[in-house]
Design a protein around this ligand. Sequence first.
Ligand code: CO
Length: 187
Amino acid sequence: MSIQSACYENPVIRPILTYPEPGLKEVASEVPEIDGALVRTIDDMVETMYAAPGVGLAAPQIGLSQRVIVLDVDHENKGKHLLKIVNPVLAEHEGEILWEEGCLSVRDYVAEVRRAARVLVRGYTPDQKEIAIEGTDLLAVALQHEIDHLDGKLFIDRISRLKRDLYRRRLKKLERDGREPTTGSLL
Ligand code: CO
């Protein structure tokens, strides 16, 4: 292996944008073509997700406004159930589930969010194969949470206004105290 290819292929941990960064509110664009640069960026996203650690990450969280998500809900068997999905679309959803969510882009806060209990997501792999992923429980929640990121939505947009205002106040206080808040278990 040449030095050059080693430089190219080592995934990099990227900084994760946090609320209220305006980029997190943007609707991400569809990926028109999967090229080598995007494939490397997706590997960076995977590295960043594992390092955080989180069970999912969407491209807008690293400042890339494109429709790409990565997920791994099973960190015990890291990589075994790793998903990299380009242009994911929520094709089917049914039922209802209440799940306590956190987010790598929302510091120091978790809240129960109502989601569909089962989803079917269609999209493409980085090597341009069509895929359909069926998810229940945490996988269903994570798929919906990450697709929300592509639509400029955070889980705090899905909770009551009262709770959201409480979070905003708490975040201000944390910043005033000069403490860098920690993050919990996250999507
Ligand atoms: Co998130």
